[in-house]
Design a protein around this ligand. Structure first.
Ligand code: GCO
Ligand code: MG
Length: 428
């Protein structure tokens, strides 16, 4: 059997650009799918796949996953980074999908079988104030969720993960399902750049840093310890404030505090570890193993939040999960709306087969996305369930996918600049 074609397919059924690689083979009807979603720069990934990896791959044996990964990885000489790793991940995922289909087994079986029956999910609770967040957490608890990420708006300021002052696009990029219907009138989407900025508002670290401990104090007072609470700092505050926040949150026993530091500030993790027992999650922005290896071997973090396609896909993620196991670090693969259902399926197979599973981030795909991607993993009782089909278990309706082209968004699809009141741009 040989690889006969490699294509990168873009689709946005929720208004969020998704990229999926499809590898076709000389065996009639046998093809594979892999997630290559870098939602802020999707067309760069398409170029990397179709201009460079396709000529590299056509004619090769699709069974030779590791050799293809290693040789494709160095074929660009300069390697790693989000574009090349996403392209490589799409190929890698598609080859694993093909291998599972050839073996007539779901991928988790090829990875050593199940360590658990399902992957426990964490849902995204948000609100304009502590009461709204509490209400949102309660609703998730009633649906059977044991883990809930809690984000609150900071009155008068833009805040990651909370609805207020956030444009529709940012909401969808932050893991809240889009409407998927491009015809719907949406004044926010149609706002010009200036209006877009006005909707965001300014970001100030101190009001946020002062408010978050009050949020979790309220939640623990109202909800007790019967639910695991998480929070995403989203790398937005100065490192010394992140140290203080992590310490101040200790009494509220978070399951984890995510992205307290930016990748550029990883040097502070050693100090953070010495000062607090709040569990730390990091990694969604990592795009090179040189970033995550020191944090793991130093036992400086507790969960990896890696965007699987940003590190080169399933093959690399399996190696990383195994490496983490030796250091007591658990997995928490990145899984918002800018991971495709194919990518969520890859997360799920890793979740089921890795001993050191921590928790899985949830994204509830709208009906349009589920129609474009038949076999999207099922969410039930606060958990993600495998359909046990061979390979990844997800298909792609290309004709339907074409009806959801990448939408025009301000800033050319990039992450809009969040600025402080004085205009200084801050990290996402
Ligand atoms: C998360 C992430 C996302 C990112 C988004 C960027 O924890 O799920 O922080 O919400 O902001 O994936 O495109
Ligand atoms: Mg995050």
């Amino acid at each position: 059997m040989r690889i006969t074609n490699v294509r990168a397919i873009c689709t946005a059924p929720e208004g969020i650009a998704l990229v999926v690689v499809k590898i076709e083979t000389s065996s009639p009807g046998l093809y594979g799918l892999g997630c290559a979603t870098f939602t802020q720069r999707p067309l760069t990934v398409v170029t990397a796949v179709e201009q460079y990896l396709r000529p590299f791959l056509v004619g090769k044996d699709p069974a030779a996953i590791e050799d293809i990964w290693q040789s494709a990885y160095v074929s660009s000489y300069w390697r790693s980074g989000p574009v090349l790793n996403n392209a490589l991940a799409g190929v890698d995922g598609a080859l694993w999908d093909i291998k599972g289909k050839c073996a007539n087994l779901p991928l988790y079986q090829l990875f050593g079988g199940k360590c658990r029956d399902y992957a426990a999910l964490y849902a995204h609770a948000a609100g304009e104030n502590v009461h709204e967040v509490e209400e949102s957490v309660r609703a998730y608890m009633e649906q059977g969720y044991g883990y809930v990420r809690c984000q609150t708006a900071v009155p008068g300021f833009a805040t990651y993960g909370a609805r207020r002052n956030v444009t529709r696009w940012q909401r969808s990029a932050q893991g809240e399902p889009g409407d998927g219907n491009r015809e719907q009138a949406d004044p926010e989407r149609d706002a010009g750049e200036e209006a877009h900025k006005a909707l965001e508002g300014a970001w100030e670290p101190m009001p946020y840093t002062r408010l978050v401990p009050r949020l979790f104090e309220h939640l623990r007072n109202q909800l007790g310890d019967g639910v695991e609470l998480l929070h995403d700092v989203h790398e937005r505050i100065p490192p010394v404030q992140a140290l203080g926040l992590a310490k101040e949150l200790e009494p509220y026993n978070l399951f984890f505090l995510e992205d307290p530091l930016a990748p550029e500030d990883c040097g502070y993790f050693r100090t953070m570890r010495q000062q607090t027992t709040t569990p730390i999650a990091m990694g969604e922005l990592f795009v090179n193993q040189a970033e995550y290896v020191p944090l793991i071997e130093g036992r400086l973090i507790d969960f990896i939040r890696v965007h699987v396609s940003d590190i080169g896909g399933i093959s690399m993620a399996r190696k990383l999960a195994a490496f983490c196991e030796f250091y007591g670090v658990r997995t928490a693969w990145h899984g918002p709306g800018d991971v495709s259902p194919v990518g969520h399926a890859a997360n799920l197979h890793l979740d089921l087969a890795c001993y050191n599973f921590g928790v899985q981030e949830q994204h509830v795909f709208n009906q349009a996305a589920q129609d474009v991607f038949p076999g999207t993993p099922e969410i039930r009782d606060g958990a993600l369930w495998s359909n046990d089909r061979p390979g990844l278990g997800v298909e792609l309706d290309e004709e339907l996918a074409a009806r959801f082209p990448i939408p025009e968004t301000p800033y050319g699809g990039g992450w809009p600049p969040i600025r402080r009141a004085d205009g200084t741009v801050v990290r996402p």
